[in-house]
Ligand binder design. Structure first.
Ligand code: ZN
Length: 336
């Protein structure tokens, strides 16, 4: 039998065997969700070879990261960087205590991700009609219907798997400009109603500011309670950390970030893509908010990234400056 590829429609109807799920102790105060192997690698022109991806993910895990978005189940014709995603998932689920997350744009991708053994699926749904049509050729409403089908597939075949939706372009869109906050909240409510476990907000285009972030996440948490999810911030205009801090002040406790701010933006030279994991971990630890991540090991993982993408710019202020004299890690939350 030929190996499944992300584009295959496997027609999954049977319940899959239970997958070993990661254990959770001890709890840091915030969860840093590393998205570099997905968001970062899909934004660079060169493809990181599979063996380098696996080595990089292992190094990130060794640094203490406990949730990693390892790839995207999209057809290899669209994103050749992600052609090996099933193999990457299968390797990453062997790492102890790691929640292996995969982005799935549609039902077909969700089937492949579940068969590969992913612990958590993340589904991007754009709040901007223009962005949604350009990106997935579907309206946000059509995407909500798709999400409902993915939740049904999860319920029928792999009930232990988490499903998260991320509202993309939640803070602005390069195609349509302003995205009304009421529309973002309405979409988040529709996604929660469709059965996802969490709904996060993404600054896909790097347009957010801290006042807006605080306002929107405060509203999201008031509307969704525990179903309010992660902050996914980009550093296109240098506000990534400020936006994460604003989200934290609004009660957010899960943050997406990417090692070395991988990705960047061709229109903002010198700007990183996602908020830089190293700088975000440093900020929280220095504030006394534990992340569970060891900065020395995290910085060492940059060598794996460099080896896999020679010549690609890798960002981060903390790795440049080093840890300050007298730096101390925050204490993790006591486990029950
Ligand atoms: Zn992103």
């Amino acid at each position: 039998m030929r190996a499944l590829t992300p584009g295959d429609n496997v027609g999954l109807t049977e319940r899959l065997p239970p997958r070993p799920m990661p254990d959770t102790p001890p709890l840091p105060a915030v969860l840093i969700s590393e998205v570099g192997p997905r968001d970062g690698l899909q934004s660079v022109a060169i493809t990181m070879p599979t063996q380098h991806k696996l080595a990089w993910i292992r190094a990130l895990h060794a640094a203490g990261l406990r949730e990693i978005e390892v790839g995207s189940f999209v057809p290899a014709t669209l994103l050749p960087q992600m052609a090996d995603v099933a193999e990457v998932v299968r390797d990453a689920i062997s790492l102890p205590g790691l929640t292996v997350m995969a982005l799935v744009p549609n039902l077909r991708g969700a089937e492949s991700a579940l068969v590969a053994g992913a612990h958590k699926l993340t589904l991007p749904v754009s709040a901007s009609l223009a962005h949604s049509l350009a990106n997935v050729r579907r309206t946000p409403q059509e995407m909500v219907a798709q999400v409902r089908q993915i939740v049904a597939l999860r319920d029928a075949t792999a009930p232990g798997v988490q499903v998260e939706a991320g509202v993309s372009t939640a803070f602005g869109c390069t195609l349509q400009g302003l995205v009304p906050e009421d529309e973002v909240i309405r979409l988040a409510l529709a996604l929660a109603e469709a059965g996802v476990d969490e709904v996060g907000l993404s600054d896909t285009t790097g347009m957010a500011n801290p006042a807006q972030v605080k306002r929107l996440f405060t509203r999201l948490r008031a509307e969704l309670g525990d179903q309010a999810g992660a902050a996914h911030m980009h550093n296109t205009r240098g506000l990534g950390l400020a936006n994460c801090l604003a989200a934290w002040e609004a009660g957010v406790r899960t943050f997406d970030a990417s090692q070395g701010g991988l990705g960047g933006c061709p229109y903002a030279p010198g700007a990183s893509g996602n908020v830089v994991t190293e700088d975000l971990v440093f900020m929280f630890e220095a504030m006394g908010v534990s992340t569970g991540v060891d900065l020395t090991r995290l910085m060492a993982a940059r060598e794996q990234l460099r080896a896999g993408l020679p010549g690609e710019p890798i960002h981060g202020m903390t790795p440049e400056a080093g840890l300050p004299l007298g730096f101390q890690y925050a204490k993790p939350r006591a486990t029950a």
